[in-house]
Design a protein around this ligand. Structure first.
Ligand code: ATP
Length: 195
């Protein structure tokens, strides 16, 4: 079984694309949601986060104060890098444990910053989901009920689509006027036959 990383900028439609891969019987490891989960449950990560960001990083019910954290790190790339360095090893371990028990032709590792984190080097193949920036911004503003400025801050901390296309083995283009299912079926067929 091979490991296929799937990535894309905020609002590109990675999760939407992954839902279709799941229908095709492909297991998907959702790195971003595992990271969020670990920040709530892993004692060592909790202590490191409080050490770096102060106790306000957790709410009174002990869950992560995501709004507070996002406001700090998306304006400060060096703190964002420190946060990632605290969380990534545990996510990598969770992926390795998860991967061992999967049974399928291949498994997907979905992560927004697969290339930026260097995690793509552990993958056999990679897929980039791309979409025009304006469409992505509109989608995220609608989905998360946040303003354009906040979406743009997050975009600034990610690669752009030209860089993603260069690094990826396969590309799925997900603008509003494009059909993603035929693109996914073709990539699925190629991976099942050639990897
Ligand atoms: P994030 O990195 O923020 O998690 P994502 O890349 O996983 O984002 P999705 O959550 O899949 O993106 O998509 C963002 C929003 O855009 C969702 O509300 C989704 O329903 C919508 N969306 C995705 N693809 C399309 C499309 N082709 N046309 C219209 N809306 C779309």
């Amino acid at each position: 079984m091979i490991k296929v990383g799937i990535t894309g900028g905020i609002g590109s439609g990675k999760s939407t694309v992954c839902r279709i891969f799941k229908v095709l019987g492909i297991p998907v490891f959702e790195a971003d949601s595992v990271a969020k989960q670990l920040m709530n449950t892993d004692q060592q990560i909790r202590e490191q986060l409080i050490g770096l960001f102060g106790s306000s990083v957790y709410l009174s019910d002990h869950t992560l104060n995501r709004k507070y954290l996002a406001e700090i790190v998306f304006k400060n790339p060096s703190l964002l890098a420190k946060l990632n360095a605290m969380v990534h090893p545990a996510v990598g371990k969770a992926f390795d444990d998860w991967y061992l028990i999967q049974q399928a032709p291949y498994a997907l590792h979905e992560a927004a910053i697969l290339f930026e984190s260097g995690f793509y080097k552990k993958m056999d193949k990679t897929i980039a989901v791309i979409a025009n920036e304006n469409e992505r911004i509109d989608r995220v503003m609608q989905r998360d009920k946040i303003n354009e400025e906040l979406v743009r801050q997050r975009i600034k901390n990610q690669l752009n689509d030209t860089e993603r296309i260069k690094l990826a083995d396969y590309v799925i283009s997900n603008n509003d006027n494009e059909l993603i299912i035929p693109q996914i079926l073709e990539i699925d067929k190629k991976i099942r036959t050639n990897g």
